[in-house]
Ligand binder design. Sequence first.
Ligand code: GDP
Length: 332
Amino acid sequence: MSSATAGGLTAADQHLVEGVLAGRRRALAKTITLVESTHSDHQRRARQVLAALLPHTGRTIRVGISGSPGAGKSTFIESLGLYLIDAGRRVAVLAVDPSSSVSGGSILGDKTRMELLCRRDEAFIRPSPSAGSLGGVADKTREAMLVCEAAGFDVIIVETVGVGQSETTVAGMVDAFVLLQLPNAGDDLQAIKKGIVEIADLIVFNKADIDERAAAFARGQMRAALTMLRSNSPNWRPPVLTVSALAKRGIAEFWAEIERYRSVLSATGEFDEKRRRQAVDWMWSLIDSGLRRYFRAHPAVRSALPELVRDVAEGHTTPGAAASRLLAYLKH
Ligand code: GDP
């Protein structure tokens, strides 16, 4: 084992940090593996590595892309990624897929997805970590995002599917949250009902090549619906676009809207404010999950819990009384 350096980093981890900063893929992949590990020693090392990388993060745009399976997310991300690379950018694609621990990865897991993008040096694609709960998966992805930023990727794309709360979670870790929709699929109604439209900064109807008129109609409907919904920002009304990811149409226009979004929100200070708020929210969510772990591991809680759970279930104790008794154990 190598000796520790001034920042608490071992020489090996210092080497890892330097590798990431130099943009070396092997170091990048190894660091993300370290970050994703659930081993407590790895987690401690990962925290130190991330602390060393932190000053080199943030000079990016983080874009979340959500949509139902089949909406064309991977096709769209591939077209967008290739477009951005042509424009001189470096693109990292990460995923938040809480179902991946069950299914073995429904997004990004399949090697045939984004085949052209995979082959490019200017792109880095990482499947969803399979860390179990949505919170766990999201935390690892947030950290992987920081590592990619330190490695010089200047556009970070986070893909997610409409599973449970995953859209809200991803919206909470990116600058711009994009909803990819299908015209004609009743998709838009679903999204409005689920409240996803309200958290979207941009809405994109894909597969416009199949039926241009249907796409234009869906766009009109969505624009009308948006006028009735609350906007995320007083200065930004989410634009609704039509694209064809497959035919690579509308991709440049989409990116122009992302750039416009960034400049409008930067001008009002909202862009940085949102990131600050996200960082603090993330800290609180880590505290919440840490407290929960600490609580469950507490010896007095562990011994009293089964009986109290039974009492609550059978109506012998109120949930409030049981909770307060259990929480009181933490004071000792
Ligand atoms: P995902 O599940 O959201 O990632 O969707 P995919 O990107 O895998 O796309 C699902 C299917 O739709 C694939 O067969 C794609 O080739 C097709 N597809 C994606 N984008 C378009 C498009 O713009 N036009 C057409 N006609 N087909 C598309």
